[in-house]
Design a protein around this ligand. Structure first.
Ligand SMILES: [Zn+2]
Length: 470
């Protein structure tokens, strides 16, 4: 299997063959093709107090954009920053069909193409940055899809490259180093001198075995928990790949783009919440009003007094009960795995409309709790007196669910959506029991009305102009 590609004029050999080009980059939403720009940054290159960072840029305002601070014992150099950025971009997309990486680092590209090829046959003795290089080789060999490496010119007005540069600088300026997962390098070292006697397929199998028994990464741990939650609900043990692609495909618009990114980040434990703050700012590690030692995603979505989750889940459950089906137990893991969770009737037959409704309810509700938590923490400066009121949360939730029903009907437009259009029958099966008896396009009044709606517009993170009365 050919695994890494670059422009043949740039580098005629590849880590593991290099005869073909990768496909032309497609848009990120299509078929699991991911496009990223990576960059490294280092102030005080090479010195012990140098500030070294990595940046990964997916797109404007994309929540997956990453800034990493690289710390000792790794050598603090520009090249380290460049390699770590590529390493993490592969780790973040381990199941993607292909990853198109644009880097301005001639060093990184040569390392991963020409030089790695030689090292694979001669061993890693004398190689610079051996921990990082071997971790990268391990990740590349274990990656699911193909990896396309593209050289861009640095500081030449390339928008993606400039944006990755800004992220790398932000990483270098973070107060504390991030933890970087180099465990795949240990798999390569474990193979040692044997590696040059192995066929690629043999090496790949050995690395994968090491990967499953070796030290788990944060992502792998969260994925195991999510798979277990999905299995408990569906009696099927889906592979990690199926969980990832359930977030990527977003069939029939069931899961919103925003929720997909949120869950993707949640599976990577990539949100700026909980343990993220452990070494940076212990005040932000805890949830003070709840007296919780760690304000992690699980706390925010299922326990916290400040995120509105209690009110939100009560509203969702009450609406769901109109279907006559039991409401599932809510956990972080089932939220992250919601794209694979199904609703069955008592004979075990999957109910597609109810499945779709549950996925909409759970994903929208969880995302609202996350937004309200962020708004309270940032927009309302963690002032407990300015917590979202029950009335406010209720209005937000109702407005979001009504909006989803309106979007569903809009998606039935065959002129606009062609083959991708929803069938009116599908929309009816999804919302049956929740809409008015004589008007499938409106939610039942007991779900929508009650109390005066505050003008939330559905996005909780929108700040109101200061000083204006609501
Ligand atoms: Zn809390």
């Amino acid at each position: 299997m050919v695994r890494i590609f670059t422009d043949p004029d740039e580098a005629p050999n590849g880590i593991l063959n290099l005869e073909r080009f990768g496909p032309k980059p497609q848009t990120a939403s299509e078929g699991g093709v991911v496009e990223v720009y990576t960059d490294g940054s280092c102030h005080g290159n090479g010195s012990t107090d140098a500030k070294c960072g990595s940046g990964i840029w997916y797109g404007e305002g994309d929540e997956r954009n990453t800034s990493t601070r690289v710390g000792p014992p790794l050598p603090l150099t520009n090249n380290t920053g460049e390699l770590i950025a590529i390493l993490e971009s592969i780790q973040q997309n381990e199941s993607a069909q292909s990853i198109n990486i644009a880097s301005d680092s001639q060093y990184a590209i040569e390392t991963l193409t020409k030089l790695s090829q030689t090292w694979l046959s001669k061993g890693l003795a004398g190689v610079k940055n051996p921990e990082i290089v071997s971790a990268l080789m391990g990740e590349i060999m274990a990656a699911n899809g193909r990896i396309n490496l593209r050289k861009v010119k640095g500081h030449s007005g390339d928008h993606g490259n400039d944006a990755a540069d800004i992220l790398a600088n932000a990483g270098a300026n973070k107060p504390e180093p991030d933890s970087i997962d180099l465990t795949m390098g240990k798999a390569i070292s474990a193979l040692g001198a044997k590696i040059n006697t192995l066929s690629q397929a043999q090496a790949y199998r050995l690395i994968m075995r090491h990967k499953t028994v070796g030290e788990r990464t944060r992502t792998a741990r969260m994925m195991i928990r999510t798979r277990a939650a999905v299995e408990a609900s569906t009696d099927t043990d889906f592979p990690a790949e199926a969980i990832w692609s359930s977030l990527r495909q977003r069939k029939k618009g069931t899961l919103s783009q925003k929720f997909s990114v949120f869950a993707w980040k949640g599976l990577h434990e990539g949100h700026k919440a909980g343990l993220y703050w452990k070494h940076i700012n212990p005040d932000r590690l805890i949830c003070q009003p709840c007296n919780a030692p760690v304000e992690d995603l699980s706390h925010i979505l299922t326990e916290c007094r400040m995120s509105g989750q209690e009110t939100i889940w009560a509203l969702a459950q009450k609406a769901w009960e109109l279907t006559g089906l039991p409401w599932p137990e809510i956990s972080l893991e089932m939220i992250l795995g919601i794209g694979k969770i199904v609703v069955k009737d008592d004979k075990g037959k999957v109910l597609d409309g109810r499945t779709r409704l549950l996925r909409i309810m759970i994903s929208e509700s969880a995302y609202l709790a996350w937004l309200d938590r962020c708004e309270w923490r940032i927009g309302r400066e963690q002032n407990t007196l300015r917590a979202h009121t029950k009335k406010e949360i209720t209005a937000q939730w109702r407005s979001i669910i009504s909006r989803r029903l309106r979007i569903d009907w809009a998606l039935t437009n065959k002129v606009a959506f062609g083959k991708k259009a929803l069938r009116p029958a599908e929309v009816k099966r999804t919302w049956k029991g929740l809409t008015m008896a004589n008007n499938f396009k409106a939610l039942r009044e007991d779900i929508t009305v009650q109390g005066v709606l505050v003008g939330t517009g559905g996005t909780a993170c929108q700040r109101r102009p200061p000083g204006r009365n609501r």
